[in-house]
Ligand binder design. Structure first.
Ligand code: HEM
Length: 495
């Protein structure tokens, strides 16, 4: 009896002490709306199936009825917000430029390149690399992008001739976005056969798939957070590090190829290419080889995966809406293929609205993270310093209280003046403020060029309902099973 009593009292004391410890740990965040289903020291259990995460996050907002919630992953708080005032306060600030700790999962791969670095390193690199995206450089890229867009159309033509089945667009657009980036930003000519180059590109895109999926998988599986355990005791971790070597080799080849070309051609051939800026800085001892590697990794990833996702989503939206497709075709058809040039892009006004609307519904980068170095107080909610804070663009840009008929694809909302009058922080596919997307004008240009050729050549049909799509956010917004698009060659008289 006494023994049983001692056991009960001991357990009660342990539980009380644990509860007190948990209470102390969570105290600074207790005033924040917290979804109920949290277990002390374990936190909220995120679904392991990546296609269920968007619904899970939506549910947390619905259940609490709040625009900012705090969830727990073990003993780590994560604030998730769709509060436009919070977005504005943090994103426009030059003080809050540090990315969240979740980005640590990307560091083995991207190092601390421009996307992840902060402080002085970020400022210096941003200043160094901005000239690569000036208007004159973009203009000089028009012909390169245009040529690759035409090659992409030829690939689609061949595919549609082989069989009439719908084509999966996330995959097929990767070749276009990668080739374009390699030539325009890295000056790559690869003195290799086309088949060898294609094999290299597809093994690189496969590696990127594994590396991005791993970030999302580790995020919801705390037992995989330790790099030591992940690397040595899991099959996925071993595969991850194998793919990392392949991606590293590819990036190293890109850099070596450009060095070789410059040595052969001399400096006369130099444009202000992204990679040439880095190689110049290397000669001036402003950056080391590791720095070049992390920046080339960062730009190769950010510059191709986002673009291929945005093309695929735009084509999906157009392929679902005959009215929009008719209007965009009318605009595109008013410009001849022979006369298509940089200046034509300003005429593609409706096309631009279509792209913007598709980026609203399907932002390729669906979540932005920050960790603020001071407390931030908005709408009577204080977010303690150093809390990982996720700005959920995908949910915010589909919020009915912000966007009328939010779920509908309506490019016209970007035509009228009401868009220019709205708070710019309600629409953030390229983020905003000092850490906005450095490549956004390049991306918009690429999107317009590729849509011009696609719609001139094909009628597009997307048969999957949006509710059928298994959408997920493995760093980039995609759908498992892909986006299947039927490309039907237009008849001569349509043009
Ligand atoms: C439609 C295509 C694109 C979308 C939607 C997009 C979106 C974004 C977003 C939302 C951010 C902010 C991320 C954050 O704060 O965590 C970002 C940053 C960045 N993007 Fe893009 N991006 C696109 C294309 C590109 C391209 C083509 C490049 C390069 C060629 C690029 C390079 C970068 C880099 C380097 C950063 C980090 C900038 C910094 O922190 O200073 N992006 N992008």
């Amino acid at each position: 009896m006494t023994y049983a009593l001692i056991t009960i009292v001991t357990i009660a004391i342990i539980v009380l002490v644990l509860w007190l410890i948990w209470y102390q740990i969570t105290k600074p965040w207790q005033h924040l709306p917290t979804p109920k289903n949290s277990i002390p020291f374990i936190g909220h259990i995120f679904p392991l199936d990546r296609t269920k995460i968007i619904q899970f996050i939506n549910k947390q907002f619905k259940d609490t009825g709040k625009r900012t919630v705090c969830v727990w992953l073990l003993w780590n708080p994560l604030v998730i917000s769709i509060d436009v005032k919070l977005f504005e306060e943090v994103l426009k600030s030059t003080q809050y430029i540090s990315k969240g700790n979740i980005y640590d999962f990307l560091k083995e791969w991207l190092g601390t390149g421009l996307l992840i670095s902060d402080g002085k390193k970020w400022k210096t690199r941003r200043r160094m690399l901005t000239p690569a995206f000036h208007f004159d450089i973009l203009k000089s890229n028009f012909d390169i992008i245009n040529r690759h867009a035409k090659t992409f159309i030829e690939t689609l033509m061949i595919q549609t001739k082989i069989n009439e089945k719908p084509i999966e667009f996330f995959e097929i657009t990767k070749g276009f976005s990668l080739n374009t980036l390699l030539e325009s930003a890295m000056g790559i000519t690869f003195g290799q056969s086309e088949s060898k180059l294609n094999a290299m590109l597809s093994s690189y895109t496969y590696s990127v798939d594994i590396l991005t999926s791993a970030v999302q998988e580790r995020f919801v599986r705390p037992w995989l957070w330790s790099p030591f355990i992940y690397r040595n005791f899991t099959a996925d971790g071993k595969e991850y590090f194998k793919q990392l070597i392949i991606a590293n080799t590819f990036i190293r080849n890109v850099i070596d190829d450009r060095i070789e070309t410059l040595q052969m051609e001399g400096n006369d051939n130099k444009r202000l290419l992204f990679l040439d800026i880095l190689l110049d800085a290397y000669q001036k001892k402003e950056i080391d080889i590791e720095g070049i590697m992390e920046e080339v990794h960062t730009f190769m990833f950010e510059g191709h995966d986002t673009v291929s996702s945005s093309i695929a989503w735009a084509v999906y939206c157009i392929g679902r809406d005959k009215r929009v497709q008719g209007k965009i075709f009318e605009e595109i058809n008013s410009i001849s293929e022979e006369g298509f040039c940089m200046e034509s892009l300003t005429q593609l006004k409706y096309t631009e609205c279509v792209i913007k609307e598709s980026l609203r519904l399907h932002p390729p980068v669906p979540v932005i993270l920050r960790t603020m170095d001071t407390d931030v107080e908005i709408n009577n909610l204080k977010i303690p310093a150093n809390t990982d804070t996720a700005f959920h663009l995908l949910v915010m840009q589909r919020d009915e209280s912000i966007w009328k008929d939010a779920a509908q694809f309506k490019p016209e909302r970007f035509v009228d003046d009401s868009f220019s009058k709205r708070n710019p922080f309600t629409y953030l596919p390229f983020s905003a403020g000092p850490r906005n997307c450095i490549g956004q004008r390049y991306a918009m240009m690429e999107l317009k060029i590729v849509l011009f050729h696609l719609l001139k050549t094909f009628r597009l049909e997307a048969t999957q309902e949006e509710s059928e799509l298994k959408q997920h956010i493995a760093v980039i917004h995609r759908a498992d099973d892909g986006l299947l698009i039927k490309c039907i060659k237009r008849k001569e008289k349509e043009n």
